[in-house]
Design a protein around this ligand. Sequence first.
Ligand SMILES: Nc1ncnc2c1ncn2[C@@H]1O[C@H](COP(=O)(O)OP(=O)(O)OP(=O)(O)O)[C@@H](O)[C@H]1O
Ligand SMILES: [Mg+2]
Length: 261
Amino acid sequence: MAVLLEKRRSMHIQLEEQHRRNDQLASQLEKLQSLANLGLVSAMIAHEMNNILTPIGNYAKLALSHPDDAPLAKKALSKAAANCSRAGKILESMLAMAGAKRMDAEKHAVKDMVDEVFVLLARDFTKDRITVNIDIAEDVAVLCEKISFQQVLMNLILNAREAILEKNAGPGTIDIRVHADAGSVRIKVQDNGCGIAPEHHDRIFEPFFTSKNSKLHASNAGGGLGLAFCKRVVESLDGCLYAKSAKGQGATFEIVLNAGN
Ligand SMILES: Nc1ncnc2c1ncn2[C@@H]1O[C@H](COP(=O)(O)OP(=O)(O)OP(=O)(O)O)[C@@H](O)[C@H]1O
Ligand SMILES: [Mg+2]
């Protein structure tokens, strides 16, 4: 009997020790997860900074190569000033997201946000033989933190452009359309580029997944962070982001938000 009691006592001690170790491991795992999350958010911030800095650099170079063009110099400076405050906002909103905080959201017209993204990109799509069709009713608005949402649109548009250039055959088209009804707002960015290979389809939203070789892309594309960033922002608005594509037949990315999200 005494032996049995002793065995039971020692099993209890072992069990308690196991519990203590489990708790320790769980708290270590939590710390590691929040560090990994912070690392990912930092990489995403760097990615969006690059998206913002590229047009500033392009404008600055253009202004420097035309030293006598005062209006151009003024435009380059105003682009730099506007984009610097965007960069600050991005930092703020990404860090808030890392801490699972919600940024202050306001209603913003989708059409105005899309139009502004093209101004910010300061890129002549027609030079790449790409036609952009924007078909968005003026009165459709979504509740969002404007700068982050515009970075989402910018990433989808840049990906569409890169997919068209990747296909490298004939002129391309990017269609941006919005469908709104009582229940939802659906924003579609569709291109007729290279499409998504079936074997890549399930991986495109994974952080650091890319099918691009950055050496082949002048724009430095190929970090594999654009869509991961987009998904995170859209999900922070309780929305969804989907992709539809067949290889060689272009791709459609769709953001679905609840009406009055
Ligand atoms: N419009 C598109 N057409 C075809 N494939 C696409 C499209 N958009 C994204 N993809 C695929 O999804 C992958 C991930 O896209 P994502 O934007 O996350 O990274 P990336 O564009 O490769 O690099 P970056 O970090 O510079 O954005 C791409 O590498 C590409 O394979
Ligand atoms: Mg991208």
